[in-house]
Design a protein around this ligand. Sequence first.
Ligand SMILES: [Ca+2]
Ligand SMILES: [Ca+2]
Length: 272
Amino acid sequence: MGAIFISTGVGIVLGPAIMGIWYSSFVESAHMPKLFGTLIVAVGVLTFASFILYNRWINKLAKEEDPTYQEDTSMWTKVVTAMVALLIIPVVIGVGYAGGTDTFFGEEEEGGVIEINWSRDYDLMKGGPIVITDYTNEGEESVVPVKIEDENIKSVTCTLTWEDEPDASGLGSYENQPDNFEIEIDKPRGGHTGPKSGQNQHGQQGSISIRAEFEPNEEPFLNGTGTYNVTITCTDAGDQQPQVNLLGLRTIADNGNDWELSVEYEYYQKKE
Ligand SMILES: [Ca+2]
Ligand SMILES: [Ca+2]
């Protein structure tokens, strides 16, 4: 009789393990709690069918051992009853599957705040670069709208690069003095980052990089989605200065500069 506990033991060990795997797969990952529910029902129906077959077997066994045994011939010993039960299983699972997906709100933290695990459930994606080129006059500013449509933005990096015009030549030799730029980001839903300024070394490319960061705290997080206004100011375009001024050469004005703005961003995308 000790063997009767084996089935219970197997059930206690395997049951929660399989339930856990199913919950993780069908509810947390696939967001199909209805399918999860119908799978549990299917297990119940399978158990029911097994009991009927067991009942039938034990009934036959009793008859073999004791020919005077009055055999049970009710529907609870019929193979056809078990077959009907087994046929219900795919129907039940099919209904659960057809129920489709539901929004899964994640695990609820104490105090009722829903915590989103960005690093576990999302991939950090890279967007861009969005590249814009233009020219800004000395002392003026250019406002460049940059539209980002992705949701769950984590950071936006704007990099401004420029190359000053080459040194002028002619009667004498000149050196084009460095140009100074300033860059500032106005975020789509208020707030700004910067300004940050920089100048090129003589004869080299100038570059300023500025980064706006967000801390996504809801899904979808939309504070970083929309149109950014990037303000680029040419605060000072250093002029072409004569190197040796024996000839009374005059300074040649540098009136501004061409630039390139490259916008790259990071955003979270739900794992498949
Ligand atoms: Ca210059
Ligand atoms: Ca220039």
